[in-house]
Design a protein around this ligand. Structure first.
Ligand code: SF4
Ligand code: SF4
Length: 323
């Protein structure tokens, strides 16, 4: 080994050169936030993606005449066309059609060979599957699109939503019913983690990160410090619920009316803001959030900060009584 190469190894020159290239692309001007799947990126016109077996739009019957030319044209032999002859019309009719996407190189020869434009390679690029058999599309999938896969994803999202919602509600209930303050704090962490999961399901990665770092990490640490400082033995023997039943009943009735109203009106009960689309170049998701928070939603934002201030003043007053 030459002296130059030895010195490069000792001073990790190659490593630092690699890191310089990596961090050179971390500049904010090179970072782009894709809003996928809310905004789908455009693909080139010549792009060939998911195959589709077209039906006649007038009668819904398949355009495919089962001539098998696509299967013969395919260099990968991945298309299998099944047909049987109709004894009355004496015509070949398509029965099955399988297309193994995992072996397809999207050359387009099958599409070109089709004499009736029944087989088409569309611009849809969402072809991923969880299994190899899932890459073999049958006639129904070719005609209707990979609805099963989309349905599966929707089902997984729904299951995750209920799991996170159960964590939020279960954690919340345990937070106020546990006698041990540390157990309450841990239940609150579970509830906050559930909220973070709900943010992630909505593709709000920034809020997810803030929820974990700020609430689960920072604020809960503060809570635990406070819990360690108060006298737990004494707190465990204090009354857990004050007996203001009338106020509690009124609050429950008010919440019940609101829930009934939301269930009755459905989605119309909410006035959702328009989704931000077409962000200006250089403006990321987080900037857009800050922009709408401090302009369109400034009043609710300030009301929330006043509420927090009231809570801080209230806790100081309550703590002062005991000093
Ligand atoms: S695109 Fe090419 S490889 Fe894919 S099925 Fe058609 S002919 Fe075969
Ligand atoms: S898709 Fe086209 S080429 Fe293939 S069997 Fe049907 S009609 Fe023939």
């Amino acid at each position: 080994m030459t002296a130059g190469r030895l010195l490069r190894k000792i001073f990790l020159v190659d490593l630092f050169q690699g890191l310089a290239v990596t961090f050179g692309y971390q500049k904010p001007k090179y970072i782009v936030t894709e809003q996928y799947p809310a905004e789908r990126p455009k693909v080139a016109e010549r792009y060939r993606g998911a195959p589709r077996l077209n039906n006649n739009p007038e009668n819904g019957e398949t355009l495919c005449i089962a001539c098998n030319l696509c299967a013969l044209a395919c260099p990968e032999n991945l298309i299998v066309v099944g047909a049987e002859r109709n004894e009355q019309t004496r015509r070949k009719e398509l029965t099955t059609f399988t297309y193994d996407l995992s072996r397809c190189m999207f050359c387009g020869l099958c599409e070109d060979a089709c004499p009736v434009d029944a087989l088409e390679l569309t611009q849809d690029f969402e072809l991923a599957s969880y299994s190899r058999p899932g890459m073999i599309w049958d006639r129904q999938m070719l005609e209707e699109g990979p609805a099963q896969a989309i349905q599966m994803l929707t089902d997984i999202n729904a299951i995750l939503f209920y799991v996170f919602a159960a964590l939020v509600l279960g954690g919340g209930i345990l937070t106020i019913t546990q006698r041990n303050a540390v157990h309450s704090a841990i239940s609150l962490i579970v509830s906050l983690l559930g909220v973070a999961g709900l943010y992630l399901l909505q593709q709000a990665e920034f809020l997810f990160a803030v929820q974990i770092v700020l609430y689960v990490g920072g604020i809960m640490l503060l809570f635990l410090f406070v819990i360690m400082l108060v006298n737990l033995d004494q707190a465990a023997h204090q009354r857990q619920f004050n007996k203001q039943w009338l106020v509690a009943l009124a609050a429950v009735a008010a919440v019940g009316v609101q829930i009934g109203y939301f269930l009755y009106r459905g989605q119309d009960a909410f006035h959702f803001a328009e989704a931000v689309t077409g962000l200006p170049p250089g403006l990321g998701n987080t900037e857009a959030l800050a922009d709408s928070l401090f302009s369109e939603y400034l009043l609710p934002f300030e009301i929330a900060s006043v509420l927090l201030l009231v809570a801080v003043v209230g806790s100081v007053v309550m703590a002062k009584k005991r000093i």
